[in-house]
Every structure is written in C-alpha cells, then in structure tokens.
Design a protein around this ligand. Structure first.
Ligand SMILES: Nc1ncnc2c1ncn2[C@@H]1O[C@H](COP(=O)(O)OP(=O)(O)OP(=O)(O)O)[C@@H](O)[C@H]1O
Ligand SMILES: [Mg+2]
Length: 285
C-alpha cells in the first residue's frame, strides 16, 4: 500500500476550495470565484442574503453538486475523483429543507440508512445510530414515521441521520428554522459537544445571534462571492458591509452601535459585554 503523504500546504485543512464556480443548468451563476479553507475542528458560519450561494456552496462540498470549474479538496483528495459515498464519510450535509432528505418509514430506519449504506459493520452502525439518537434527543420517536413529526423534530431527524455517518465535517443548512428558542439552544449545545470532540462545524444561517453566540469565524457571501472572512466581532462591526449583504447584526450589536458616542465600542457581540461596557462608561444617562 502506498503511504499517504500529507503535504505541509494542506496540513490541518479538512476542506480546501480554490476558484470555485457553479453555474446551474439554465445559466444562473450561483458561485463566482470562491476560495476558502476549513481547518479540522473549526466552528464557522456561512451567512449571506437569500440567493447569495450558501446552499450551493454546501452542496459542492459533499458532492451533491459538481463544480462548473475550480477545485474542492477534501482531506487532500480532489473531490471530483471521489464518489458521493466517499464524500459523505467526511462531509455531512443536513438539508435546508429536511423533507428533501427524509424518506424512510421510521426515525430509526432513517438514521440507520446512512451508516448502513456506507457499509459500516453492524456493531458500528448500531453504536452510531444510538449516539445520533441521543445527540438529537429522539429516543422516544425511534419508531415514528419522520414525515408525521413536527418541523423541529423532522429537522432533528435529518441532523441525526448525518451525525450517524460520523463525518469529520458537519454542514447544517439553516438548522434553526422551525425550531423554537429552547430547541435551538439544545441543538447548539449538542453541536458544541461535537465540536469539542474535534468535529468541524459549518453553520449556514440568517440568525446573527446564533453566529455571535456560537461561531468562531464568519464567512459572508454575497452574489456568489466571499465578501468577508473574519471573526464575528470583526464581521459585526462593519454595518455597511452587512447591509450590503442584506444581513442584520445581532440586536445587542445594533444597540452598541447607537451608543458609540457615549463611549461604547461597536464590536460588542453579547449582552454581558454590553453591560460591562455600560458600567465601565459610568452608565447611560
Ligand atoms: N436548482 C436551481 N436551479 C437554478 N438556479 C438555482 C437553483 N438553486 C439555486 N439557484 C439559484 O442560485 C443562486 C444561489 O442560490 P442558493 O440556494 O445557493 O442561495 P442561498 O444563499 O442558499 O439562499 P437562501 O438564503 O434563500 O437559502 C440563486 O440565484 C438561486 O436562485
Ligand atoms: Mg439556502
């Protein structure tokens, strides 16, 4: 067997994207020239207005769409040379609309399908399914038909069926849609555990509060291009850029921007920071 040699250029990178372009049949250019890297264990958010290319980008990373031009490397391998099954072992994608993903007659079967289909041995399938069921709190719903569940529950089933394949990278496309605040926070807590265990998390969302609270990196897409790639603090201090991308910073950041003249920094991203800065400035009169 040929030993695998990791080029120092790609060390630590789980995804490398170079000059990626995607044009849909019919001529819509969804991605213009995207170049990005994701390191193993990162927690990144991809944000951008409707139609900015977020879902298209996610789908090119796990082989659901093949780039028109440019290159995607997954753990140093050219994604164009990998099968969808090989890609699914490394990059898991939970669909924006869970109903596009769910098709089995029970939650258990749905979550089993991925690891079984990837040929994992039965004991590993069972272990992965149990872990995914536990992570998404679906224990009581194992026997239920996915399509009879509420949207928030269907979303959790779709995420569990991705977790069950045990991919290195989890891409979640608008995971908070259909979830109430409590369900969203529970989901975020589970994602944090997976991230702490070393998984790479890529969160696609319109919800800037989620980004501020959880992501360590923000990639802003606009009309198929990367407009900004920074930490959340940097991203939220640039209101013009966010407006240009049809994005609203979190309410607490907007409030801080209105208090700049009173000595409050505009890169506030949490209520705790705002309270601290207000107290430091001697209160707001
Ligand atoms: N199947 C398709 N066929 C043709 N054009 C498409 C298709 N899917 C998306 N597009 C177009 O590609 C562009 C990018 O769409 P994409 O779904 O990637 O954006 P998005 O950032 O995920 O948007 P949203 O926030 O609404 O989910 C848009 O102009 C969209 O209309
Ligand atoms: Mg989308």
């Amino acid at each position: 067997m040929i030993p695998s040699i990791v080029s120092p250029l790609h060390e630590g990178k789980v995804i490398t994207i170079r000059n990626l372009k995607y044009v849909y049949e019919g001529g819509v250019t969804a991605l213009v020239e995207v170049s990005l890297d994701f390191k193993r264990g990162e927690y990144a958010a991809i944000v951008g207005g409707n139609g900015s290319g977020k879902t298209t980008l996610a789908k090119t990373l796990n082989g659901l769409l093949r780039p028109t031009s440019g290159q995607v490397l997954i753990e140093e391998r050219d994604a164009s040379q990998m099968t969808v099954a090989e890609l699914a072992k490394t990059v898991g994608y939970a669909f924006q609309n869970p109903d596009h993903q769910l098709f089995c007659s029970s939650v258990e079967e749905e979550i089993r399908f991925g690891p079984q289909n990837l040929g994992y041995p039965e004991d590993e399938v069972r272990k992965n399914v149990d872990r995914a069921v536990e992570a998404m709190a679906l224990g009581k719903l194992r026997a239920v038909a996915p399509l009879s569940l509420r949207l928030g529950e269907r979303r959790r089933v779709s995420i569990a069926s991705v977790i069950a394949m045990n991919p290195e990278v989890l891409i979640l496309d608008e995971p908070s849609t259909g979830l109430d605040n409590e369900e969203t926070e529970e989901l975020m807590a589970k994602l944090k555990v997976l991230n702490d265990e070393g998984k790479t998390i890529i969160l696609i969302t319109h919800d800037m509060r989620l980004v501020a609270d959880h992501a360590k990196r923000v990639i802003v897409l606009s009309q198929g291009r990367v407009l900004l790639d920074s930490d959340p603090r940097g991203a939220f201090s640039d209101l013009d850029l966010l407006r240009q991308s049809n994005l609203q910073p979190p309410a607490v950041t907007q409030l801080a921007h209105r208090l700049v003249e009173r000595g409050i920094p505009k890169d506030i991203i949490s209520p705790q920071e705002l309270v601290f800065q207000v107290l430091r400035a001697g209160g707001i009169k």
